[in-house]
Design a binder for this molecule. Structure first.
Ligand code: SF4
Length: 376
């Protein structure tokens, strides 16, 4: 697995020198990493923009994010949306998945972390206070939630914040095995630790730098033992000869080591790409089969496998998961109403309707939660 040992240079915004993230980082950074304090992080960003599309993943900028941290998941036009919120605490990733949309989205190769968590918490207080709504808030839109955790310990601050907020659940989504910092936290049942999973041969072929399947599942078993809820994202599903046996084998492996009663949700979605990503993948990974499959543009302009293939894959995954435990909650990510109907026999009438299904699963788990740490 690509680790934080890969990082050789860190720029730190002087204006957040006293913040929690910089404090954690300075405690953990090894002596051979070059630190540079900067007064104007925009100069550093501009410098890297001119460097072009180099993907070295050795340099990191920690700076004060000047805008809002919280946004609604952008979803996709014409697709069923699950009313998810996203905290953006950084941009860029230590890992290098061949299908990653960041390749055509970012305009510079510098990984960055937003170090002004105090502003983030003030914004979260403002958005969630006195609301009769249960927020699900994730962190993995522009980066992997835990890839840099051994260096920044950023998620420890998030977990502790959410532990005190009963109407919000934090989701940390990762392809790493970096869970050491989470194990002793008093999370109060308000954090779900999630892994994006694919069969081992897919991980080896297209998820460069990530933890392998055994490492991810061993990490999941450790956080399960620490009382966290789990989630899994079988996304992107990759279509290849032998896909069905491979994905069924993956599901068998998950539940040979993990308890279905501790799994808050499972999502699945097919490999898809927006205009621009195909060219980026072909330029960086010319031998890949990923972009050679026949695909069709959806209402949101993204290319996906043909409907018949997606339906076959989703139905097969659903039936396999039901055979493990019919109470497990599976949903489709960025799929059409028609696909929902064909796979599940119903279409959520609105985001609120789908949100009610998440709440139903949450209440089901709370009713069956193991005795131990009190949770509210
Ligand atoms: S882990 Fe996520 S953010 Fe990182 S390279 Fe892979 S797809 Fe992109």
């Amino acid at each position: 697995m690509q680790t934080v040992e890969n990082i050789k240079k860190i720029y730190i915004d002087s204006s957040i020198a006293e913040g929690k993230v910089v404090h954690s980082l300075l405690e953990r950074v090894s002596a051979d990493v070059r630190l540079e304090w900067v007064d104007d992080p925009r100069e550093i960003l501009e410098q890297y923009m001119h460097a072009g599309p180099v993907v070295n993943k050795t340099d990191l900028l920690v700076y004060r994010w000047p805008a809002k941290f919280l946004s609604s998941c952008p979803g996709s036009d014409g697709m069923v949306c699950c009313q998810y919120f996203v905290i953006n605490f950084g941009i860029g990733c230590l890992f290098d998945c061949h299908y990653c949309y960041l390749q055509s989205f970012l305009n510079h190769p510098l990984m960055s972390i937003f170090g002004n968590l105090e502003d983030l918490f003030a914004e979260l207080d403002e958005r969630t206070r006195n609301r009769n709504f249960h927020f699900r808030i994730g962190t993995g839109e522009y980066t992997d939630s835990l890839a840099l955790e051994p260096l920044t310990a950023l998620s420890t601050h998030l977990v502790e914040y959410f532990a005190a907020h009963p109407n919000a659940t934090l989701e940390l989504k990762t392809k790493s095995s970096n869970v050491d910092t989470l194990l002793d936290l008093d999370h109060n049942g308000h954090t779900v630790v999630a892994w994006s999973l694919n069969p081992p041969e897919v991980i080896a072929a297209v998820e460069d730098g990530t933890a392998n399947l055994d490492e991810r599942l061993a990490a999941a078993a450790r956080v399960q033992a620490a009382g966290y809820k789990l989630a899994f994202h079988l996304d992107p599903l990759i279509y290849f000869e032998g896909w069905e046996a491979a994905y069924h084998g993956l599901i068998d492996r998950i539940f040979s080591v993990l308890d279905p009663d501790r799994v808050a949700w499972i999502s699945t979605g097919s490999f898809r790409y927006a205009p621009g990503l195909k060219e980026a993948i072909q330029a960086r990974f010319p031998d890949d089969e990923l972009t050679r499959a026949e695909m069709v543009a959806g209402p949101d302009g993204k290319q996906r496998y043909f409907k018949s293939i997606r339906e076959q894959m989703f139905r097969s995954i659903k039936e396999k998961i039901e055979s493990v435990d019919p109470a497990l909650f599976l949903y489709l990510c960025m799929e059409t109403r028609r696909m929902w109907d064909r796979v599940f026999g119903f279409v959520p009438s609105s985001g609120k309707n789908l949100d009610a299904l998440f709440d139903q699963r949450r209440l089901h788990m709370e009713a069956r939660r193991p005795t131990g740490r009190p949770q509210s």
